[in-house]
Write a protein that binds this ligand. Structure first.
Ligand SMILES: *Cc1c(COP(=O)(O)O)cnc(C)c1O
Length: 438
């Protein structure tokens, strides 16, 4: 049995004869084999034989090894966070169970509550705005730049009121939002910016990494994102100096071991937000998730390079068709992470709108992703008496136009060359059919 560390209250007895370790159950060889079988699935004689050999070796290993001292929030998590900071050029970034919980910490720092307004782009995923909705704050929808689908700074300026407490731009598909004007507007009005960088880990904006510019940036490590920590995970980075030293404490109720109260191992404090203190909840991550994050973070540059290659290939292939509005590829200074490839058309030139194109692509077996759209149509907002959906839609004309008529998203990673070529062919064929009225 491995020694538990003296520093952590869950295993606080150190080198004692009767360790606290007995409290939690450890992994054994069978547990590990279940994971091996899950991560490396297969069937057939050859597979069964290889698996049996691995099982035998794992059992032998388990006889001569000890389990880790801790499974949650320990040295691997700390190392993963150091790796993230080194990659982003940040300090004090927190590894959290998912991006949404990272947002929650930032929203709590901003003391978001009833009566406050939070400006979000009309096109995103519900996670961007779930916390303000859940606490009864008012969402204000900002129209998008039709080219990038990201928050339009001009409309942002129009939508600021004296109740605005936070601006939450999103880097849709991994294309960086226009942060300079957004930050300028926010600074002018003393409003915090929480960037939803769920798609944008590794992207840069004007030579600066996403994660180093906004007051807070959340990244997602969910299984569909550019890298993952075994299916779920998130990163929260901050540039708020006053909050950085306590941000990680928001992951565990605001406990502090530096200050102890009488007869106790720790104290629990409220965390100071921008306007008033708040109570933190539990957003702990496991050591195994941390290992997953570190391994994949080492590969991220290669992953983005491959995604970029696919985006360039698709742009090149689709350039023969003037109905296609090419995906922006960025430049030396602004580099998207290409989480998704944005396929956009000019309906007038294509002989129909994107709904027709999506139908044709589906018939040809090409998956499109109908995922990001004007979220005020969802029941949680549309049936809420605080919102007037028609008025919101009227205030977001670009959003309605691009969503209904112009864009969809395509996968740009993990495809074989054959699938990639087929996808490009299918798009060109489909538009050709639309133009001919077939
Ligand atoms: C995936 C996603 C999130 C949420 O990420 P989780 O890690 O699943 O919480 C937030 N915003 C956008 C735009 C996303 O696509």
């Amino acid at each position: 049995m491995a020694k538990k560390k003296a520093s952590d209250f869950r295993y606080n007895t150190g080198d004692t004869k009767v360790p606290w370790a007995a409290v939690g159950e450890n992994y054994n060889a069978d547990d590990l084999m279940s994971i091996v079988e899950f991560l490396m699935q297969g069937s057939g004689e050859e597979y069964d034989k290889a698996l049996a050999e691995v099982r035998e070796k794992v059992y032998a290993l388990s006889d001569i090894s000890a389990p880790p001292a801790k499974l949650s929030l320990d040295t691997k998590v700390a190392q993963a966070e150091e790796a993230v900071d080194a990659f982003l050029g940040t300090e004090g970034s927190a590894f959290v169970p998912n991006c949404t919980e990272g947002f929650e910490i930032a929203y709590k720092y901003a003391n978001i509550g009833p009566g406050d307004e939070v400006i979000v782009p009309a096109i995103t995923f519900i996670a961007t705005m779930a916390y303000p909705l859940s606490v009864g704050a008012k969402l204000v929808f900002c129209d998008v730049d039709p080219r990038t689908l990201n928050m339009d700074p001009t409309d942002l300026e129009r939508k600021i009121t004296d109740k605005t407490r936070m601006i939450v731009p999103v880097d849709i598909g991994g294309y960086p939002c226009d942060l300079d004007p957004i930050m300028e507007i926010a600074r002018k009005h003393d409003i915090l910016v929480l960037e939803d960088g769920a798609h944008a880990l590794g992207a840069t904006y004007k030579g600066r990494k996403i994660g180093t510019i906004a007051d807070f940036t959340g990244f997602s490590l969910h299984e569909v994102k550019n890298i993952t920590s075994y299916g779920e995970g998130g990163i929260l980075s901050t540039t708020v100096d006053a909050f950085r030293p306590v941000m990680k404490r928001c992951r565990f109720f605001g406990t502090t071991f530096e200050k102890k109260i009488n007869n106790w191992l720790y104290d629990v404090e409220l965390i100071q937000g921008k306007y008033k203190p708040f109570m933190a909840l539990n957003a702990s991550v496991t050591e195994i998730q941390a290992i997953g994050l570190m391994n994949q973070l080492e590969r991220i540059d290669k992953i983005i390079a491959e995604r970029t290659r696919v985006a360039e290939y698709l742009n090149e292939r689709l350039s023969v068709c003037d109905a296609v509005i090419p995906q922006l590829l960025g430049d030396e200074q602004t580099r998207p992470s290409f989480h998704l490839y944005q396929l956009q058309i000019d309906p007038a030139k294509a002989g129909g709108d994107v709904q027709v194109l999506k139908q044709k692509l589906t018939e040809k077996g090409v998956t499109t992703i109908p995922h990001f759209g004007p979220l005020y149509h969802f029941e949680v907002i549309a049936k809420n008496p605080d919102y007037d959906v028609e008025a919101i839609a009227a205030s977001c004309p670009n959003t309605e136009e691009v969503f209904n008529h112009r864009f969809t998203h395509l996968p740009c990673y993990g495809l074989s060359e054959e699938q990639l070529v087929y996808m490009a062919d299918a798009i060109l064929e489909s538009i050709d059919e639309m133009q001919k009225g077939i």
